[in-house]
Write a protein that binds this ligand. Structure first.
Ligand code: NAP
Ligand code: GDD
Length: 328
């Protein structure tokens, strides 16, 4: 009998790659989808990866406990991957209460649905390196103290600890993946890597002349989403639940990431990038650098894609999209 996996956030970047990965492993995949007036576009990432007709989507919302209880009951999952969130840091200052309701309390809703209907299921929580915020150690590991710097990070910290708490209180097989930034051609256009690769494609094809960015001195530890969803699955295959940092162990400035993208198509970023304070944040996370030793030792996981390979893949995908006037 095929194992059943339930994904919240299945329409997002990670949800799409994880669906593809689990389908290839023979899983039956179910996903929570929120109602939208724009029917037909919500599953564009699943379609891009060719898996839209291989998953079952069920109406629900992280803010609606009753919908989650019903979905867990109907699908009786062996594994639950909680990926849904208001995940854009910049928006979290503009919508702090919504971010708390979905990114924080939404986790408890999912855990409660599991407690009621599938307490034996294995649970994955999408925690974030953003929780390290104002970093307390040069390389951040599972032992590094947290110091959140945005309403999003504060909400994620709640989600992280409530997951640990349900593990310790009820004996749940609940694991938290502290994932550093991971990107792909399916990254949302508002995040900096995709904004850059889309911008580079538009400039190269003569559809734009400038790219407006905020703090390009910020540093991030960027990996590929395709690699990172494998770590999620590996966590749920362990006998014991635990928390793991998932990162490449390399950090790069936004400026250098941007330079890689421009140089790939033979352009000089200095001629096109305009610094716009509108993209500065009220409080910044200046640098993130993960220590993935535990994931390597215990899960046998390590990143396989370099930043350069990933940015080239993203620029290629955006050149195609811009040529075909696709908007997503
Ligand atoms: P994403 O592309 O922004 O996807 C977010 C998903 O959550 C989408 O499917 C979205 O649905 C869904 N969602 C949002 N609000 C919801 C609600 N109220 N009810 C139900 N679903 C809702 O994010 P991602 O990059 O795939 O990241 C996946 C998870 O990992 C997120 O929790 C994120 O915070 C976390 N994370 C990401 C990274 C990273 O670098 N990518 C790093 C660390 C942690 P719609 O399609 O309807 O909007
Ligand atoms: N989005 C954006 N747009 N960021 C910019 C820009 C811009 O025009 N200019 C500079 N940046 C800087 C931001 O200030 C930040 O320091 C860095 O680029 C990365 O920003 P994002 O790509 O928006 O990602 P993030 O690091 O804030 O958050 C992502 O990673 C987290 C894990 O550390 C998201 O995926 C979160 O959901 C995730 O938890």
């Amino acid at each position: 009998m095929a194992k059943r996996a339930l994904l919240t956030g299945i329409t997002g970047q990670d949800g799409a790659y994880l669906s593809q990965f689990l389908i290839d492993k023979g899983y039956e995949v179910f996903g929570v989808i929120r109602r939208s007036s724009h029917r037909g576009v919500e599953d564009h990432r699943l379609r891009w990866l060719g898996v839209a007709d291989k998953v079952t989507l069920l109406d629900g919302d992280m803010g609606d406990l009753s919908s989650l209880v019903r979905i867990v009951k109907e699908t009786a999952p062996h594994e639950i991957y909680n990926l849904a969130a208001q995940s854009f840091v910049a928006s979290s200052w503009r919508q702090p209460i919504h971010t708390a309701n979905i990114t924080a309390t939404g986790v408890t809703n999912m855990l409660e649905a599991m407690r009621a209907e599938a307490p034996e299921a294995r649970f994955y929580q999408a925690s974030s390196s953003e929780m390290f915020g104002l970093i307390q150690q040069e390389r951040q590991s599972e032992q590094t103290p947290f110091y959140p710097r945005s309403p999003y990070a504060v909400a994620k910290l709640y989600g992280h600890w409530i997951t640990v708490n349900y593990r310790e209180s009820f004996g749940f097989h609940a694991s938290s993946g502290i994932l550093f930034n991971h990107e792909s051609p399916l990254r949302g256009i508002e995040f900096v890597t995709r904004k850059v690769t889309d911008g580079v494609a538009r400039i190269k094809l003569g559809k734009a002349s400038e790219l407006r960015l905020g703090n390009i001195d910020a540093k991030r530890d960027w990996g590929h989403a395709r690699d990172y969803v494998q770590a999620m699955w590996l966590m749920l295959q362990q006998d014991k639940p635990d928390d793991y940092v998932v990162a490449t162990g390399v950090t790069t400035t936004v400026r250098d990431m941007c330079r890689i993208a421009f140089e790939y198509v033979g352009l000089d970023m200095a001629k096109h990038v305009v610094i716009d304070p509108a993209f500065y944040r009220p409080a910044e996370v200046d640098v993130l650098l993960g220590n993935p030793d535990k994931a390597k030792e215990k899960l046998g996981w390590q990143a396989t894609t370099t930043l350069e390979q990933m940015i080239h893949e993203m620029v290629d995908a955006d050149l195609e999209r811009v040529k075909n006037s696709e908007t997503l």
